[in-house]
Design a protein around this ligand. Sequence first.
Ligand code: HEC
Length: 153
Amino acid sequence: MLKKAITLVALTFLGSTGVQSADLFKPEDAVKYRQAIYQVFAAQTGVMGGMSKGDIPFDAAEINKRAMNIGKVAPMLGDTYFPATRDVKGTKLKPAAWNDMQGMQAKGEVFGKALGELITASAKPDFDLKKARPAIGALLQGCKGCHDDYRAK
Ligand code: HEC
């Protein structure tokens, strides 16, 4: 079976298309939607991290599938980042993010690059645990890099 490879994962937080997501979603729902997407991320990286540590048997196709799953939902994050969500109770997005969306966007790009590289690498026949570890590590660093600056504890 041919594994698909997307090398570029769009992770755009500021919508630029005609219809504004603020017109489509209530702020409270958008925050739940956003957090649910991050939960999807965590479920996928949980499996990948388990393989990386040796807790789960290594399976390149499974890693490719998990990385692709993140790539499928990540572009939806853009729907959820509009200013009216900043005052929603329960959001952990730091208010600072709104003053520095550019900076957060840059973290998203680092993450998107690591994800794209993992998708590409894991589709190759020579992808083994030795190659998987640093590639998964880079992805997790991408998560952490953004959380450190833009997610409240
Ligand atoms: C560019 C920034 C960014 C990246 C990259 C990122 N996150 Fe997050 N993450 C956030 C922010 C901001 C929140 C808080 C959102 C909110 O509460 O409104 C969050 C929240 C979460 C949550 C909590 C969701 C909930 O139910 O409240 C989890 C779990 C999570 N992220 C996992 C991940 C994982 C795993 C990755 C990497 C595969 C990742 N994130 C990548 C910014 C990021």
